[in-house]
Design a protein around this ligand. Structure first.
Ligand SMILES: Nc1ncnc2c1ncn2[C@@H]1O[C@H](COP(=O)(O)OP(=O)(O)OP(=O)(O)O)[C@@H](O)[C@H]1O
Length: 224
């Protein structure tokens, strides 16, 4: 059975009396452990797709299934709980808290969930070492390079041990070499931690380096 399934999903926006159909009858299965890239023109709906897949946004019609269970049939509190437990997000901006160190930023989701403090910091440190920032744990975001800050954001997305990692243009603000470093880390995390990952990117070369490639165009998702 697929880990994540999208079944006949529609999503539109209404703005100034006009309707924009973004996703039109999208169906897709993603198996546990897959590493998937998604490309598509600006405005094609990639972020919208990722938000629906990540349960941040409900579809107008259709279903999102996790392990065969329909996510949007749960109530809002249950969906939020499910999302916290299951999905890690990385965005184009790192959204790190400026007044906290790298270590505190990574541990934060676990502390908010009232997990064991020592365990949270130990795992946060381990994740920072994994992303190559063992020597930067006490740096605040303003004392990190763009690529380093994005690696901290990736570590933070992993601290609750999610089954799924969704990344929306995680290298969009980075130079190509630094961007390739982040993509390599995503490949490592997928391989070593067994996390299922979907990465939206504008970089066709990086997208092609992923084992499975999707393209979003005309409201439809196809294998690329
Ligand atoms: N909240 C909203 N209200 C109205 N229209 C929206 C909203 N969010 C997105 N859109 C429109 O929906 C379409 C898809 O947007 P989306 O951000 O999903 O595209 P994208 O493929 O991620 O684009 P980009 O690569 O430029 O980030 C765009 O035409 C956008 O203008």
């Amino acid at each position: 059975m697929a880990l994540l399934s999208i079944r006949n999903v529609f999503k539109s926006y209404f703005l100034h009396g006009k309707r924009i159909d973004v996703l039109r009858a999208v169906s897709l299965d993603i198996n546990a452990g897959e590493l998937v890239s998604m490309v598509g023109a600006s405005g094609a709906g990639k972020s919208t797709f990722l938000h629906v897949l990540g349960t941040l946004d409900a579809p107008a019609a259709g279903e999102v299934l996790f392990d065969g269970r329909s996510v949007f049939s749960m109530n809002d509190a249950e969906i939020a709980e499910f999302r916290n437990r299951t999905i890690g997000f990385v965005f184009q901006s790192h959204y790190l808290l400026p007044e906290f160190t790298a270590l505190e930023n990574v541990a934060m989701p676990a502390l908010i969930q009232r997990r064991d403090r020592t365990g949270a910091y130990t795992y946060a440190r381990e994740l920072l070492e994994r992303v190559g920032l063992g020597s930067r744990v006490d740096h605040r975001p303003g004392e990190l390079s763009g690529g380093e800050a994005q690696r901290v954001a990736l570590a933070r997305a992993l601290v609750l041990k999610p089954a799924v990692l969704l990344a929306d243009e995680p290298t969009g603000n980075l130079d190509p070499t630094t961007g390739e470093g982040i993509h390599q880390l995503l490949r490592d995390v997928n391989r070593d931690l067994g996390i299922t990952a979907v990465i939206v990117t504008h970089n066709e070369t990086l997208a092609r380096s992923m084992p499975r490639r999707l393209r979003l165009a005309g409201g439809q998702v196809s294998e690329a």
